[in-house]
Design a protein around this ligand. Structure first.
Ligand code: SF4
Length: 533
């Protein structure tokens, strides 16, 4: 009977990075379970993560490179696929310029640093992501407001949690899993739920504020009103860190009386007062915020107003409150991707860059600008595209327009697990491995402060992990001369790492913990010398 081998790895079915023990028998993953040693999931996994074997071994999965010939898909070799893409991209670069190629991804599945490096070295400033409607507006607004995204420091044990537009039972942002929240909640943290629906935790909350969807910013002003009126704010913080406090105070008191906030948000003004008091007087208190706060037309201002609440209540960058994440000694996505390599002239060609400045600042374009470029040649016409882990035909606004645009693109490559409606429009399909099929320094830039080892458990068909696809493709395009030769190595500063040698949980470095195991980026005592990249 075949022996069952247990391999420690890390889930990537969402942004949670839960620790996993994969059971491998006769070259197949037969089961996954939570790894009790994981510092962020402690043996737990959600149903989505547990279902990875259904994803990996799904009969509809495409596990070989394919090309479309006369409208029909034909299996081809990796060599043929990569050569075709490299030659076509090179021809576009030579005839029109690299900005005529758009590179795109969906929600980051931990390959974004490689995708961006590929795009930057290709020389195109046109990268599509899901960031305009998910998470990145919050991150980029946080960067210009207080330097980094404030996240809940669950390890510091908050005593009051404001669950704002988030349902951790079903879904997770980048930084923490439901398990983190649940531990704090079980220990008796007060819970304020802000949710239009009575979710499971809204039902268990001390206060449930049934918000009219899209009015989060007004509610945040209501909280400010109470905190200012009742002088519950931290005077030292306000004096030393807030610019324009007097004008802000006057505006909030004058323009946002609770009666008006009640009218906008549909929440009883006395309930708003109670919630603001509870948040401002229980220390430490943290706002656990979700994506809906940024899926509104005033998301940047809403984010700034919420950060303001954290600041004036003494809960910004404080243990157990909203912490400012400190990157472990690994390269950030921007460093690894070499954003700085793009010249000013190339950046000036970013589609919509002048109009969407905050998005351009974090190096992505608004999708509408890509569709306009393809369909109407405004301000110039995209000729080719490479989309990885994204299905814009069904996930972006105005499916009809997206479909028409992708159909019109002269050459399209899609990297995915399945032949999605978007992939059906492609010329070349490249099969991506699931997280069970990849070796990678996992989730190092996610704001939980850890670096993990995602270890390959199996190979399925001819699927490759996304990173390898970008590296191999990069090597074949002549102006991409310095894609790293070794997977993952370049992520660790000083470039020293041996996969087998380092423990799955090597790094902890949040607000009040310093790096312990790694020193200067060397992840293992046995690390081999690999040239820095
Ligand atoms: S929460 Fe996310 S990372 Fe954790 S098991 Fe579920 S899908 Fe995987």
């Amino acid at each position: 009977m075949a022996e069952v081998k247990k391999i420690k790895t890390v889930c990537r079915n969402c942004h949670g990075a839960c620790g996993v023990i994969a059971h491998v028998k006769a070259g197949k993953v037969v089961k996954v379970e939570g790894d009790p040693d994981s510092p962020i999931s402690r043996g737990t996994m959600c149903t989505k993560g547990l279902a990875v074997t259904q994803l990996a071994y799904h009969p509809d999965r495409v596990i070989h490179p394919m090309k479309k010939v006369n409208g029909n898909w034909q299996r081809i070799t990796w060599d043929e696929a990569l050569e075709t893409i490299a030659n076509t991209f090179q021809a576009v670069i030579d005839e029109y310029g690299p900005e005529h190629i758009v590179v795109g991804q969906g929600t980051g599945r931990d390959y974004e640093s490689h995708l961006y490096r590929f795009a930057n070295l290709l020389g195109t400033p046109n990268v599509l992501t899901a960031g305009h409607m998910c998470y990145v507006s919050r991150v980029s607004t946080s960067l210009i407001t207080c330097g980094n995204l404030p996240v809940v420091d669950y390890e510091g044990e908050p005593k009051c949690i404001v669950m704002w537009a988030c349902n951790p039972l079903w879904t997770n942002p980048d930084e923490y899993t439901a398990e983190n929240f649940y531990r704090a909640f079980k220990k008796g943290a007060k819970l304020i739920s802000i949710d239009p629906r009575k979710s499971f935790y809204a039902g268990k909350a001390d206060l449930w504020l049934q918000l009219r969807p899209g009015t989060d910013g007004a509610l945040a002003f209501g909280f400010h009103h109470v905190i200012i009126e009742e002088e519950l704010y931290e005077k030292d913080f306000v004096q030393n860190h807030v610019h324009g406090w007097d004008a802000f105070k006057e505006r909030v008191l004058q323009d946002y009386p609770l009666e008006k906030v009640q009218e906008i948000t549909w929440i009883d003004k006395e309930l708003i007062r109670k919630a603001a008091r509870l948040y401002a007087t229980t220390k430490p208190a943290a706002i656990h915020w979700g994506v809906p706060t940024e899926q509104t037309i005033n998301c940047a201002d809403c984010t700034r107003t919420m950060i303001g609440l954290m600041g004036i209540s003494g809960n910004l960058d404080a243990p157990g409150a909203n912490a400012l994440f400190v990157n472990p000694p690994t390269r950030t996505v921007a460093e690894f991707a070499r954003h700085k390599d793009l010249s000013k002239e190339v950046i000036a060609k970013r589609l919509g860059g002048e109009q969407f400045k905050l998005g351009a600042r974090v190096a992505f374009i608004n999708p509408k600008k890509a569709w306009d470029s393809i369909l109407y040649g405004e301000p110039y016409q995209l000729k080719a595209g490479l989309l990885c882990g994204t299905n814009p035909v069904v996930s972006r606004a105005n499916a009809r327009e997206v479909y028409a645009a992708l159909q019109k693109l002269e050459f399209l490559v899609v990297i995915d697990h399945f032949m999605t409606p978007t992939a059906e429009l492609a010329d070349i399909f490249l099969p991506a491995g699931t997280w069970l099929e990849q070796n990678h320094v996992a989730d190092n830039w996610k704001r939980h402060g850890y670096v993990f080892a995602r270890q390959k458990c199996v190979e399925i068909g001819e699927a490759w992990q996304d990173h390898k696809i970008f590296l191999e493709l990069g090597k074949r395009i002549h102006n991409i001369v310095d894609m790293p030769r070794v997977l993952a190595i370049a992520i660790v500063k000083n470039g020293k790492l041996v996969y087998e040698a380092y423990s799955p949980y090597v790094q902890r470095n949040t607000l009040h913990w310093l790096a312990s195991i790694t020193k200067g980026g060397v992840v293992s005592d046995n690390a081999a010398n690999i040239p820095p990249v």
